[in-house]
Design a protein around this ligand. Structure first.
Ligand code: ADP
Ligand code: ASP
Ligand code: MG
Length: 414
């Protein structure tokens, strides 16, 4: 008998028919004798709608109220899933974030989990009850609802698995594993059977939204066995061949490039004519950090006449906030700000890159041959990222996928 945490994402619970289908899967795990904690997302499209409502009223809304609104989607699914399980004769109840409690810090909109109360949950599980937990939500020290950032239900699931000492955390989604690139854009993408936490962390943070970055971080730290599988396949759990996220030592075949990630939600900001003097970067980026605007890639141009241009990328959703900070709070003078939203960041990732030269060259040559201009470049030990115009996203992804020899030889089911 194992303790399993099963997480079902938005498309897996998109309507009542899908919720009933998922309930049948859960029943199969309970009948196999497992203790089960279920983590559910909002039905697909709901969170986007709730975010839209907040933005419609005020783009610079209070983020704690935003959390009150957007956490509601998961609450609905958890109640519905408990009802569907009860209909099947399974003892089940919903556990909202505050009821467990899942305590987080006060960074509304992107809160981090600090602790999880497991005592009561364990008692109910020992009693044969299935716990249905709405993902994404927690409670702050101020006793207010918080959310864990978009895609945060993955993190709720892995955090619960870690706290409860679960044997496995199965992340059911709408693809049957982690692929070498988003299979919806690159049909030639191949499924990866085992991926290291380190590479998955890079891919996730660089845009492969199949797992939220923090869930991988938490998996690596706690050693939780994470498995990504499809809720649309007939089998459940260990019978399904998804992707296992494991330690580097457990990877048998080492490749140079493991996968290619992309993110379309970036915006490029160029601050023109910034005075070029010591501590100017701190004067610019300090206030942005204080306003919880995460800055990603940064390039500073060569200065002329004591002035320079500073380009950086941020999440599109932070753009209005960033402009406000630049207008009101930065501690340096500049001439003007230019923003651009139709950009895409493409990154190639692989642990094998550390010991191989020429990976960057292949990237630049491939993009050059296709006439794709690179705006910004950034590198780390196991990744190279470029910022390009989003019109070229698909072309860039597919050409790079071929150039690095990642194309699948068989046709994909998706
Ligand atoms: P869920 O609602 O189940 O959490 P998400 O939409 O958050 O699902 O994540 C699954 C999606 O991630 C897939 O539909 C796929 O388009 C996308 N994706 C991006 N990169 C990858 C990748 N490398 N492998 C698999 N899926 C990927
Ligand atoms: N519903 C939230 C979102 O769409 C959390 C999740 O699905 O993981 O971002
Ligand atoms: Mg997700």
């Amino acid at each position: 008998m194992a303790l399993l945490v099963l997480k079902f994402g938005g498309t897996s619970v998109s309507d009542i028919e899908r919720i009933e289908c998922v309930a049948d899967k859960i029943v199969r795990e309970t009948h196999a004798g497992h203790k089960v904690v279920v983590v559910v997302s909002a039905m697909s499209g709901i969170t986007d709608r709730l975010v839209g409502y907040c933005l419609e009223i005020n783009e610079l809304h209070d983020v704690s109220e935003y959390d009150t609104v957007v956490s509601a989607g998961e609450q609905i699914t958890s109640g519905l899933m408990a009802i569907a399980l009860q209909k099947r004769g399974v003892k089940a109840r919903s556990w909202l974030g505050w009821q467990i409690p899942i305590k987080t810090n006060n960074v509304y909109g992107k809160a981090r989990i600090k602790s999880i109360g497991i005592e009561e949950l364990h008692k109910h599980l020992d009693d044969g009850e299935v716990a249905v937990v709405p993902g994404f939500q927690g409670i702050t020290e101020e006793s207010r609802i918080s959310t864990l950032g978009r895609g945060g239900s993955d993190t709720s699931a892995v955090a619960l698995a870690a706290a409860l000492g679960a044997d496995r955390c199965d992340i059911y989604t709408d693809v049957n594993g982690v692929y070498t690139a988003d299979p919806r854009i690159v049909p030639e993408a191949s499924k990866i059977s085992r991926i290291s936490y380190e590479e998955m962390l890079e891919l996730a943070s660089l845009g492969s939204k199949v797992l939220q970055t923090r869930s991988v971080e938490m998996g690596a730290k706690s050693g939780v066995a994470i498995q990504v599988l499809s809720s649309f396949d007939d089998e459940v759990g260990s019978a399904l061949k998804g992707t296992l996220v494991v330690t580097e030592e457990e990877i048998v075949e080492q490749v140079i490039v493991t996968g290619i990630a992309h993110r379309q939600d970036e915006a490029k900001v160029t601050v023109i004519g910034v005075e070029d003097r010591p501590s100017v970067a701190a004067g610019l980026f300090g206030p942005l950090a204080k306003a919880a605007v995460n800055v990603d890639m940064i390039v500073q141009n060569i200065s002329a006449d004591g002035r320079t241009d500073m380009t950086f990328t941020i999440n599109k959703t932070d753009l209005a906030r960033a402009i406000k900070v630049l207008e009101e709070d930065v501690e340096c003078s500049y001439d003007k700000v230019i923003t651009r939203e139709n950009v895409c960041k493409i990154s190639v990732v692989g642990i094998g890159m550390q010991s191989h030269a020429g990976v960057a060259n292949t990237m630049f040559n491939t993009l050059g041959e296709k006439g794709i201009n690179i705006h910004v470049i950034s590198t780390s030990e196991i990744k190279i990222s470029v910022l390009i115009d989003s019109d070229y996203t698909e072309l860039a992804l597919r050409s790079l996928h071929t150039a690095y020899g990642l194309d699948c030889q068989e046709s994909n089911p998706e």
